[in-house]
Design a protein. Sequence first.
Length: 181
Amino acid sequence: MKGLFVFSNKMEDVEGLATRALLVRSGLDITTTNLSESKRIVTSFGQPIETDTTLDEITPDDYDFLIIPGGPYVKESVDADTRIKALAKDFFTQDKLIAAICAGPRFLGQAGILDEKHYTAFTGSDKDAPKGHYHPHEKALRDGNIITARGAGAVYEFAYEIIKATKGEEAAAALLKQILH
């Protein structure tokens, strides 16, 4: 399985970097991309990162699942965004797995993807999914092909759900055992 991870300037460091590390550790093939013309981004805590590609360089059909982290960039860009929402809609219409953490589910809510879905997200993010079923106390939650998580403190549960959905529960449990979770 091949995943596309959308990194952005000001993404939350733990949600992006730790999630990616856990998924790669489990044996998943993860490509990082971003929306800018440059492959270089700077996380919300000032960490410079170089992504594998830019969004203009990828073909979404080459990927089996999509991951969207949260961070300050979401508040700054979600209302005007067209690219992340369009990408998520493309994956959704093809019944591919979409995983979003913290404020990342706001993109899914505004795209109508969370309508009638059970989800969790950073406090206040539920305003963008008024037709969804918000579970504020769940760390990570899967409803069909949508996985959501509450925030940076839920990265292990988030990664677990992604691995379970793509490689099975045994592989997800093996990762947690390997890292002494």
